[in-house]
Design a protein around this ligand. Structure first.
Ligand code: F6P
Length: 320
């Protein structure tokens, strides 16, 4: 192993920079050269990169976003684009590629692996936490903490005005983030794409809570459940509650990574370089039963990560 490349693709996540730093420093300690490709897959298609050295990745550990930039690259969805990326890897004599990203990034990595001999290792980084093979992705903890801090502020208005607030958090397809946030802010109702809900049941829960003496309330909804604005209006029309909607949005994807996101990024980077040094490509690193391990890239792409039903049950129990 002489030369490795690193790329951040898909949605940015706080801690990606910590992972880049980890990859560059650990790889350099093994005398590997490290190239950082820019703007995700686009950089591999256009052969746009920068040399990463232990010094050039200084001062980024605590920063959100990604110094390499990222993109959602439509050209990489076509065979020609993937082939061009593979050619870049071979023309630059890249022995190993580290892909830092989420589900979509790993699907892209798997497709790329069919056209290249370069070993590929994935580091899961996504605020959605929906990657199979790891209990936690880089950035999830930061995004959850950002939303919790915001909702704690919103609660002040909810309590003062005796209102019900519906708070939309990120999660287009999965509810990991909404569930963790909902449980940790003490939401009365958590709505996630994985669990179908009936409006009538929501009205009933709110009416019951009011009858119990709860004068305000929090509903945490993942963006993937549908039109939260409409739902908030319907709840207001069908209950005695005064309902407001607050959408947290992209603030959850940025900001300084928490200590936990930085730690995970550093541990994952270490494991990724270890795998490449042992010539074990085609895998993603992850947290498994609290330890750092890895699974096959193919398996991660083929398997849907399951939501912890116990967590949902606990959240409901705590909301009584
Ligand atoms: O990073 C994951 C995610 O935040 C989803 O929860 C969200 O729906 C999506 O990215 C939106 O990202 P973009 O606007 O970059 O496509």
């Amino acid at each position: 192993m002489k030369r490795i490349a690193v790329v951040t693709t898909g949605g940015d996540a706080p801690g990606m920079n910590a992972a880049i730093r980890g990859v560059a420093r650990i790889a350099s300690s093994k005398k590997f050269q490290v190239l950082g490709f820019r703007r995700g897959w686009e950089g591999l298609i256009t052969n746009t990169f920068t040399r990463l050295t232990p010094r050039s990745v200084g001062g980024i550990l605590h920063l959100g976003g990604t110094i390499l930039h990222t993109s959602r690259c439509s050209e990489f969805e076509k065979k020609e684009g993937i082939k061009k990326a593979a050619e870049t890897l071979s023309s630059n004599h890249i022995d190993g590629l580290v892909v830092i990203g989420g589900n979509g990034s790993f699907k892209g990595a798997l497709e790329l692996s069919a056209f290249t001999d370069t070993m590929i290792v994935g580091i899961p980084a996504s605020i959605d936490n929906d990657v199979f093979g790891t209990e936690e992705t880089i950035g999830f903890d930061t995004a959850a903490n950002t939303a919790v801090a915001e909702i704690d502020k919103i609660r002040d208005t909810a309590v003062s005005h005796e209102r019900v607030f519906m708070i939309e958090v990120m999660g287009r397809e999965r509810g990991f983030l909404a569930l963790e946030i909902g449980l940790t802010v003490g939401a009365e109702i958590i709505l996630i794409p994985e669990v179908k809900y009936r409006n009538e049941n929501l009205y009933e829960t709110i009416r019951e809570n009011m009858a119990k003496g709860k004068k305000s309330g929090l509903i945490v909804a993942a963006e993937g459940i549908g039109d939260t604005r409409l739902l908030a209006e319907e709840i207001q029309q069908n209950t005695e509650a005064e309902v407001r909607l607050s959408i947290i949005g992209y603030a959850q994807r940025g900001g300084d990574p928490t200590a936990r996101s930085r730690l995970l990024a550093s541990l994952f980077a270490h494991k990724a370089i270890q795998l490449l040094s042992h010539k074990e490509g085609g895998r993603i690193v992850g947290l498994q039963d609290g330890r750092i391990g890895s699974v096959k890239l193919q398996k991660s792409c083929d398997t849907k990560k399951m939501l912890d039903a116990n967590l949902l049950r606990l959240a409901n129990l705590l909301a009584t």
